[in-house]
Design a protein around this ligand. Structure first.
Ligand SMILES: [Fe+2]
Length: 445
């Protein structure tokens, strides 16, 4: 038997505390959305900076439209404010590549619409009782909408990274850290642990339910793979040696001429990278960023290791070997603070490997939360007992072998959308996302 997962704090069952938390999360999200959509001019808002991304002005009105749909209409029972725009902002009706050709709301109108929805949503929040239906229980719909907005804020930050032109965003760098001198890897004991959650009130459908998972003992990197380590792979002919690569990945990098992480370029005997409009030397001690699953998988094979499975990653992040319980976060059950992890776009880059000792897991694994999304070996699949909620298009339509799971969140992710149980997924060729990885090996090897 596994010990039960750690529950939520009692204050979260208190209506006023929930109301305050929902208000704070919605307000934080809107401040970030506003910054991301006011730091560039109007042509930049309506342009498509990459066929992989929407114009920023689409994200802005889509955020408002989803908030209207789930809070004003589904929870509040209101009529549609502008039924004619619903289909424009339905992500499933229009793939990203075709969104610039739609008759989108111009920036001023998109701002006005999103603000009007928000005003009405806050009125609703002021009188919400958080009971009655699964959508309203513990303020779930408000939490879901805040997470949705923050997920688009991450998406918009990716658009900013892909955008050509001068620097539009600034943020302080993370604190420098001395080179990490601890053990390179940590042994995670075998046996069952509780994966997923049934207790976290704002957890999304794919994180549910909590269930026992058996994991064999394995070793995992103490810190994410760094740029310096990744450069050693490149210098050793990593991108020209087929045996390190999954055959589909090998075909992909050859077809597209990929020889380094996205946004990297060679400058004599050193590497430079482009980051939010500036070009700078690649910092050796920072976790590698903008690699696809195939690159992570090839590096791991070259290093004589492998990517951790999703269950291994979560056990390394949540399992407390003393109590047998699964924690909300590696450091315990407290919400993330700046001492625990690099989250919330506080910095626009990962922190040096080995940072945030206060955020390490009971076994001493660091930076599992924040900095870079970590590719895992696993396909995105439902947990036993999964039930789609509140809509199939959130997770269910993505289950299968097309998508690989990423865990832990990046510097671009807000705490409201980051938990030890939170699951992200993407195609194995994607690397415009803030993705890195760490490696693992089975104990017997
Ligand atoms: Fe969305």
């Amino acid at each position: 038997m596994t010990a039960p997962e750690t529950g939520t704090t009692t204050t979260e069952t208190d209506t006023e505390a929930l109301r305050e938390r929902a208000l704070a999360c919605l307000t934080t999200a809107r401040a970030r959305t506003t910054l991301l959509t006011t730091c560039v001019d109007e042509p930049d808002l309506t342009a498509q900076h990459s066929p992989l991304m929407s114009p920023l002005v689409w994200d802005l009105a889509h955020i408002g439209n989803q908030e209207e749909l789930w809070l004003l209409r589904a929870v509040g029972g209101r009529e549609a404010m502008r039924p004619e725009i619903d289909s424009l902002y339905d992500a499933f009706e229009h793939p990203r590549a075709e969104r610039p050709s739609l008759p989108l709301l111009p920036p001023a109108e998109a701002r006005r619409y999103a603000a009007e929805v928000r005003g009405r949503a806050l009125d609703l929040l002021a009188s919400a009782d958080f009971h009655g239906t699964r959508l309203t229980e513990a303020g779930f719909a408000f939490g879901m909408v805040a997470q949705h907005e923050q997920q688009h804020d991450e998406t918009m930050l990716i658009t900013h990274q892909l955008r050509k032109g001068s620097q539009a965003l600034t943020a302080p760098d993370p604190d420098p850290a001395p080179p990490f001198t601890g053990p390179a890897e940590v042994l995670v004991p075998g046996g069952p642990f509780t994966m997923g959650t049934s207790a976290e009130p704002w957890a999304l459908d794919n994180e549910r339910p909590a269930h026992p998972r058996e994991v064999a003992p394995f070793w995992i990197d103490t810190v994410p793979v760094t740029n310096a380590a990744y450069q050693a792979f490149i210098e050793d002919g990593g991108y020209t040696t087929g045996r390190w690569w999954d055959p589909r990945g090998w075909a992909h990098i050859r077809r597209h001429g990929i020889t380094a992480p996205l946004f990297w370029q060679r400058d004599g005997d050193r590497w430079l990278r482009r980051r939010f409009g500036i070009t700078e030397p690649v910092p050796p001690d920072e976790p590698v960023l903008h690699v696809c699953w195939y690159e992570a998988d090839a590096y791991a094979r070259w290093a004589g290791r492998r990517l951790p499975t999703e269950a291994e990653w979560e056990k390394a992040a949540r399992h407390d070997p003393v109590t047998g319980r699964s924690r909300r976060y590696p450091w315990g059950d407290a919400d993330p603070g700046p001492e625990h992890a690099n989250l919330g776009q506080r910095h626009l880059r990962p922190a040096p490997a080995g940072s945030y000792p206060a955020g390490q897991s009971p076994l001493g694994v660091r930076q599992l939360i924040g900095d870079v999304w970590e590719w895992t070996a696993s396909d995105f699949l439902p947990y036993p007992g999964f039930r789609a909620f509140p809509y199939k298009e959130y997770s269910e339509v993505f289950f299968g072998s097309d998508h690989k799971v990423l865990r832990g969140g990046s510097f671009a992710v807000d705490p409201v959308a980051c938990r030890g149980t939170f699951r992200n997924w993407d195609y194995p060729v994607r690397r415009q996302i803030f993705s890195g990885f760490r490696t693992a090996r089975s104990e017997a090897v």
